[in-house]
Design a protein around this ligand. Structure first.
Ligand code: FES
Ligand code: MG
Length: 568
């Protein structure tokens, strides 16, 4: 079968002239256009995405691998989403970036593509886009930062939440804050804890879309560049053999990713992103799969935010292969991966070098892992909670609702000394869902009222239709579906209503009668977000709910890689 790029570079006459001539202005000799697999390097480098700011260097290592294997590497930029920088939230633009990736891959003379992913949304957006084209694809993650060091101890992004509390209660000064921020992000790479970026890197490795150890080698470790080189080499082989994401991303692969994520204590954002990816590749996955499949998996990794260590420690302890090997009795070991070996084969020899970081399946770090999928009149289509990051004493709790209508209302009143709240209350935040914010920001682990923190209380039940940072923790119910902005019952919770959270029985119940709720629904007025044009307007009209992956409805599935018309 001729290479796809042949339809550009192998042409005679005017078209071939056009497709080759301008490329030659970069100094490429003619023989490169004669049948070498063109490997696109999809780069999310941006100085506004600090976690990916080392990607130019990484791309050079990838190119060396592509050259060595006889390919022709061509790098291209796509929209880059910096989690900490972009307003109102990177999640609002995940689907937009995926469209950029999809069309860039399809429209260009690409035989195989390497996705350079790092900061949270850069992984799902690139994988989603690539799945909708289904050309040979391999992922390379940028790697985690080294753990920070502050006043003699290791710190990472999860400490931000603790520091913020200490700052609020006066235990930490602004000067100490500034010192801590410099100590935390001290090297290249994405967040050093098992936050969303590392969760995504582990997701692609356990799905089989990346080479072994992709998830954990620190960004600044020379072995990250070795992996980049090997990824470049492998991409050429994938292009030659036409091995596509749809060959790798089977239902079994998705099940593996869910179970591995549970053992890692990965981010709740994993659910939304994996659902969206499944939707693109056409694998049937439901919210309940996350609960059912993770129910049999204990927490093996002792990593922040569920535990104490950092992703670099996981690498030194044996990396993801050691976790995967530990789970071999439950995983689909035969699932094929991108290097031509099955997941089981890749990890057969993996060793654990530190049981304080990777526990054995017989003596796990914690019995509970993964996500609990809750149902009830407050979330008929589901809501999620991460048991490993929650407080055991709050897992079964009934309390009085303290309601915030939106994020502005929350910010205005949360520290009001007159706020009628005590530690047994349930904080409810509305209108932070996919449509309501818009973009479903990471505000679900809302900070407790100052006067509660001052009592030394650090956790309360919190409920919202938003998300939580993968670095966050607490007894936080997230992703309530349907969201308040589309008239879900969350919209009708009022101050003083009683709410029961019962994690063991997977229940979230609002103690308000159906008749009363119907009456409140009759008075419901949809909020006007005031986005009358542009992408956000399109997004609001087409975004699906959290339990469906919050993709745009018209982006589900694939359009393949064929482009029927030429550019001239
Ligand atoms: Fe980029 Fe955490 S901010 S990974
Ligand atoms: Mg995040």
């Amino acid at each position: 079968m001729p290479l796809r790029s042949h339809d550009w570079f192998g042409r005679t006459g005017k078209d071939g002239f056009i497709y080759r001539a301008w490329m030659k202005n970069q100094g490429f000799p003619h023989h490169l256009f004669e049948g070498k697999p063109v490997i696109g390097i999809c780069n999310t480098f941006s100085e506004f995405t600090p976690c990916n700011a080392h990607f130019r260097e990484l791309a050079e290592a990838v190119k060396r691998g592509v050259w060595e294997a006889g390919g022709f590497p061509l790098e291209f930029p796509v929209m880059s989403l910096g989690e900490c920088q972009i307003k109102p939230t990177a999640m609002l633009f995940r689907n937009l970036a995926s469209m950029d990736v999809e069309e860039s891959i399809r429209g260009n003379s690409i035989d195989g593509v390497i996705l350079l992913c790092g900061c949270d949304k850069t992984t799902p957006s690139l994988v989603m886009g690539a799945c909708s084209v289904d050309l040979p694809t391999i992922v390379l993650s940028g790697g985690p930062m080294l753990a920070g060091r502050y006043q003699g101890r290791k710190i990472g992004t999860s400490d931000l939440w603790r520091f913020a509390e200490d700052f609020k209660t006066g235990k930490m000064s602004q000067k100490e804050f500034v010192e801590a921020e410099a100590c935390m992000a001290r090297s290249q790479g994405h967040c050093a804890v098992m936050g969303t970026a590392s969760t995504m890197a582990a997701m692609v490795e356990s799905l089989g879309l990346a080479l072994p150890d992709n998830a954990t080698i620190p960004a600044s470790d020379s072995r990250r560049k070795v992996l980049a080189h090997l990824t470049g080499m492998r991409a050429v082989e994938l292009a030659k053999q036409n091995i596509k994401p749809s060959d790798i991303l089977t239902r079994q692969a998705f099940e593996n990713a869910i179970m591995v994520n549970a053992a890692l204590g990965g981010s709740t954002n994993f659910i939304i992103h994996l659902m969206a990816i499944a939707g693109r590749i056409g694998v049937d996955l439901s919210l309940d799969d996350f609960d059912t499949l993770s129910a049999k998996i204990p927490l093996l990794a002792n990593l922040q935010p569920s535990g104490e260590h950092f992703v670099e420690d996981l690498f030194y302890a044996g990396g993801l292969p050691a976790i995967i090997r530990e789970l071999r009795s439950v995983l689909n070991n035969d699932a094929m991966t991108i290097n031509g070996y099955s997941l089981g084969e890749n990890c057969a020899e993996a060793q654990c070098h530190d049981r304080s970081v990777i526990a054995s399946i017989d003596e796990p770090f914690k019995p509970e892992s993964g996500v609990a999928v809750l149902r009830g009149n407050l979330c008929p289509n589901g809501a999620v909670l991460k048991p490993s990051a929650a407080s055991p004493e709050l897992m079964q709790h009934t309390g009085r609702a303290v309601v915030f209508e939106n994020i502005d209302d929350y910010k205005a009143r949360i520290d009001d000394p007159d706020l009628d709240v005590d530690p047994s209350c349930v904080l409810v935040l509305k209108n932070v869902g996919p449509r309501g914010y818009p973009g479903m920001p990471e505000v679900g682990n809302m900070q407790l009222p100052a006067k509660i923190l001052a009592q030394g209380v650090h956790d309360m039940v919190r409920i919202s239709d938003g998300r939580m940072s993968g670095t966050g923790f607490g007894t936080v119910v997230l992703h309530v579906s349907p969201e308040a902005a589309v008239g879900g019952n969350l919209a009708f919770v009022q101050d003083g209503d009683l709410i029961t959270l019962d994690v063991e029985n997977r229940r979230l119940h609002l103690h308000v009668s159906d008749e009363e709720l119907a009456g409140r629904l009759a008075r419901f007025k949809p909020i006007d977000l005031g986005y009358n044009r542009g992408y956000v307007n399109l997004y609001i009209r087409h975004v699906t709910q959290a339990h469906e992956g919050a993709d745009l409805d018209f982006l589900r599935g694939s359009s393949g890689s064929v482009v029927k018309r030429d550019s001239h």
